[in-house]
Structure formats: structure tokens, C-alpha cells
Design a protein around this ligand. Structure first.
Ligand code: XMP
Length: 317
């Protein structure tokens, strides 16, 4: 029967034989899959694995710094790349969800290509592809679709010409988590909720500005930390907040306010294909709502999304 220890042992052995003394490039996202793939390849070839972690300015609050730190603690040879301004510039004025996804995908490919050129004589591209990615069309929204539409216009980027190494290709998500745990990766990375590649850009309805990102990061941070504090985080498959493109009237002291509305979303799911909204305790929702409205300037109303998928999707864009 399958065990994580035996999987690790045989995979590391195969990777060593396959890669030899070649250099491998791998893009880390902060998610479970890329992190576990990186650790497996790292065990096989050490510093010849060159990891690249891009800050697109659309991550959760403090996420880039925190995760980069964890990666370094894990001994990974990782380079953090601050590309926030490139992403914000490319997104400027875009409101259509697919246009935003495309713009983000294109900048990511450009940044990643440029960074990978700095690794001289790399032969392989490491990827955290897991079995469901191979068999399903979920990836229609993922990097492969963006890469396709990009390369129709500009030609295949060089890193796409590298040989691909995908050590998790036969595993399901729960197996990836077991392997990660066995490899000693922290619960903070192994247990984290899925987070979309385009990040907060598809949770800000309408156009993206750094100010809106900052507001949503604060709201999201309060929601997610509260889930963690109350022990609810692990019962939820995915959670986050949406910044709505409308304002509503409120009152503060004896002044009327006209400020932003945020929607909180938390779902249970097995694979993201279907999902139920979480019946979070009213007391919890009340506390989170109060904290958001009291602490985040510019937000005067919080609503909770009670739609399931289908027909509603998990994200709002
Ligand atoms: P939906 O909104 O389609 O989301 O119910 C299902 C799962 O996919 C994630 N998602 C994305 N992930 N790029 C990604 O890498 C995307 O463009 C994207 N759109 C949605 C979403 O967070 C959920 O986990």
C-alpha cells in the first residue's frame, strides 16, 4: 500500500537519477503543491533547485514576507521578486475579470521568464502539478490557459521550453498534504486554504488600485485570523473577503457616512468543483463584522455570502 515515506524515498531516488547535476527552476506560490514539489526536488538535488517566488502585490497581508521566510527556514534556495508595481500598472483601468486574469498571467510569465534567465544553463522546470490538474479542466483558469493565450501573441517564453519535472503528478491533494507533513513542512503551509493565482484581483470587483488592495488585505486578515483564533479555520475549505464596487450609507457619531461594502465568503468543499456555504456561528460573524467596521477605515458594511456552488461560484469573479 501507498505510504508517504515510501513515496518520498522512491521519488527522491528517481529525481536524482533523472536530474543528475542539472539545474531546475521552480515557481513557488506559497501554496501546498508548489511547496511540497520544491521540498521533494530539494531533497534530491539541494542547491541546484532555484526557486522563484513572485510578489504580485495581490497576496494576503504579510503573506510574501512570511512565506518567503518559511521557505528560507526550510533550506530552500529561493529568490523573492518584488514585482508589485508591474502588476498594478498592467491592471490599471481593467475591470473585466478575464481581462484581469490575462493581464496578471502575462506579467507573471514575463517576470518569471526574466528571472529564469538569471539561472545560467537551467535544464528543467519543476512544477507542483497534481493528479486532478492532469485529468481535469479546472486548469482552464490556471496558468496553462494564460500561457496559451500569451504565447499566441508573443511566442513561447524560454522557460516553457525547459524539460518539465512534476513529482506530484500521481497524487491527490490529501496525499500531497501527507507527503508535505512527512517532509516536515510546517502546518502553516500544509494546512492552508487554496488561494487563486490572480489573488485579491478577482476579489476586488471592478478595477484594481493599491488602495483597494490595502483595504481588502486588512479585512481579509481580520477574517482569516479570527477563523484561526477560534479553531474554525481547519473546518473551512476556503475563505476570503470580496470588496464590492458600491458604497452604502452608514452612520458614525452623528454623521452620515457613504463607504464601502465587503462580503465575507467561507465554504466547505472536497475539490472546489461544488461547495456549500459555511454555517459559521452568528456570534463569530458578529465579532468579525464589528472588528472590520471598527478597524478598517473606509468600510461601513459587512455582508455574508450564503450561496452555494453551483450555481454561485466560490469567487465572485
Ligand atoms: P470558482 O470561483 O470557479 O473557484 O468556484 C473554484 C476554485 O478555483 C479557484 N480559482 C482560481 N484559481 N486561478 C487560480 O489559480 C484562477 O483564475 C482561479 N479562479 C478561481 C478558487 O479560488 C477556488 O478555489
Amino acid at each position: 500500500d501507498w505510504t508517504p515515506d515510501q513515496f518520498i524515498e522512491s521519488t527522491v531516488e528517481e529525481l536524482r537519477t533523472q536530474i543528475g547535476t542539472d539545474k531546475v527552476i521552480l515557481g513557488l506560490s506559497g501554496g501546498v503543491d508548489s511547496s511540497v514539489a520544491a521540498m521533494l526536488i530539494h531533497q534530491a538535488i539541494g542547491k541546484n533547485l532555484y526557486c522563484i517566488f513572485v510578489d504580485n502585490g495581490l497576496l494576503r497581508k504579510n503573506e510574501f514576507e512570511d512565506v518567503l521566510h518559511s521557505y528560507k527556514d526550510m533550506g530552500l534556495n529561493v529568490k523573492g521578486v518584488d514585482a508589485k508595481d508591474l502588476f498594478y500598472t498592467a491592471l490599471s483601468g481593467l475591470s473585466d475579470p478575464e481581462a484581469k486574469r490575462k493581464a496578471i498571467g502575462k506579467v507573471f510569465i514575463d517576470v518569471f521568464d526574466q528571472e529564469s534567465h538569471k539561472v545560467e544553463d537551467a535544464k528543467w522546470l519543476g512544477q507542483g502539478t497534481i493528479y486532478p490538474d492532469v485529468i481535469e479542466s479546472v486548469s482552464v483558469k490556471g496558468p496553462s490557459a494564460t500561457i496559451k493565450s500569451h504565447h499566441n501573441v508573443g511566442g513561447l517564453p524560454d522557460f516553457m521550453k525547459l524539460k518539465v519535472v512534476e513529482p506530484l503528478k500521481t497524487l491527490f491533494k490529501d496525499e500531497v498534504r501527507l507527503v508535505g507533513k512527512t517532509l516536515g513542512i510546517s502546518d502553516n503551509i500544509i494546512g492552508r486554504h487554496p488561494f487563486p493565482g490572480p489573488g485579491l484581483a478577482i476579489r476586488i470587483l471592478g478595477d484594481i488600485t493599491p488602495e483597494k488592495v490595502a483595504i481588502l488585505q486588512e479585512v481579509d486578515h481580520i477574517f482569516i485570523s479570527s477563523l484561526k483564533k477560534t479553531g474554525l479555520y481547519d473546518q473551512v475549505w476556503q475563505a476570503g473577503a470580496m470588496l464590492l464596487p458600491i458604497q452604502s450609507v452608514g452612520v458614525m457619531g452623528d454623521e452620515r457616512t457613504y463607504e464601502r461594502v465587503v462580503a465575507l465568503r467561507a465554504v466547505t468543499s472536497i475539490d472546489g468543483m461544488t461547495a456549500d456555504w459555511c454555517h459559521l456561528p452568528y456570534e463569530f460573524l458578529a465579532d468579525v463584522s464589528n472588528e472590520i467596521i471598527n478597524k478598517v477605515r473606509g468600510v461601513n458594511r459587512v455582508v455574508y455570502d450564503i450561496s452555494s456552488k453551483p450555481p454561485a461560484t466560490i469567487e465572485w469573479e
